[in-house]
Ligand binder design. Structure first.
Ligand SMILES: Nc1ncnc2c1ncn2[C@@H]1O[C@H](COP(=O)(O)OP(=O)(O)O)[C@@H](O)[C@H]1O
Ligand SMILES: [Mg+2]
Length: 254
């Protein structure tokens, strides 16, 4: 099974899509202009790609390439200027709030700027998505504690966000994003504020969640992390997606 998954990921990074696979994310000629009137000035230009169910990709490219913008379109915080986006096989229609709520409930998002709730402690921030889903403290206590232990926050469960370092906030934001075991995980520079060793540890968490079935897309400009993981890369360049060949096998060292 793992081998089949690896083959799927490898093939998907080369061909974009395998016939018969279910695409979790599908972009069809998607452009984003942010008010630019000339297509030449668009940030993202006529992107077409699919992320098959169970795939793992990095999204790379220099600062300003449009990584965050692309993720925002996937989590429906930014409408494309033109083109069609489908999530879980459903075409996204602009202005359909019920659809946005339904689709977003399947996503786990690590925001570049964390977006923690300052009046809730570490444990409650991480548990919030489960609380909102109607679970009781008794149901989620062990899961949340285990996850926060994994990301190295075991001794700060009661701490308020303002006393945390940048790296600790980052790890809390990651724990909160994955606590519901989302179908699709989107992470925007999730290792931006943590050291290399913790970065690898966090990457292993994403890889493990991917093994359990989640589709994962991680935006990063951290080339060393990308190389260490050996996972397929979608690279943004001049508004286009350039698929890079792998120089290591899928699975890599993580
Ligand atoms: N809301 C916005 N309105 C106008 N321009 C924006 C907006 N958000 C981002 N941009 C511009 O789009 C480009 C891509 O930004 P971004 O998606 O944040 O890139 P990256 O995440 O790769 O650094 C940048 O030039 C940025 O200034
Ligand atoms: Mg960004």
């Amino acid at each position: 099974m793992a081998q089949i998954n690896e083959k799927k990921q490898l093939a998907s990074s080369v061909t974009g899509f395998l016939p018969g696979d279910d695409a979790v994310v599908s972009f069809d000629n998607v452009s984003l202009g942010y008010g630019a009137t000339s297509e030449a000035d668009y940030i993202l230009k006529s992107l077409s790609f699919q992320l098959p169910a169970g795939s793992f990709h990095f999204l790379t490219g220099p600062s300003g390439a449009g990584k965050t913008s692309l993720l925002k379109m996937i989590y429906l915080a930014q409408a494309p200027t033109s083109g069609r986006i489908s999530l879980f096989g459903e075409t996204v229609s602009s202005g359909d709030r019920a659809q946005v709520a339904r689709l977003r409930s399947k996503l786990g998002i690590v925001f570049q700027e964390f977006r923690l709730l300052e009046h809730l402690n570490v444990f409650d921030n991480a548990a919030l998505p489960l609380f909102v889903h109607g679970q009781s403290f008794r149901q989620y206590r062990d899961d949340v504690t285990e996850l926060l232990t994994w990301v190295g926050l075991k001794n700060q469960l009661q701490a308020m966000p303002h006393v945390l370092s940048g790296g600790e906030k980052q790890r809390l934001a990651i724990a909160r994003a994955v606590v519901t075991r989302p179908t699709l995980i989107l992470a925007d520079e999730p290792t931006g504020n943590i050291d290399y060793a913790m970065g690898l540890r966090i990457m292993r968490l994403f890889v493990e969640l991917n093994r359990l079935g989640a589709t994962v897309l991680i935006a990063t400009h951290d080339e060393s992390l990308v190389r260490a993981s050996g996972m397929p890369v979608l690279e943004l360049k001049d508004g286009h997606i350039v698929r890079r060949d792998l120089n290591t096998t899928v699975g890599g060292r993580l």
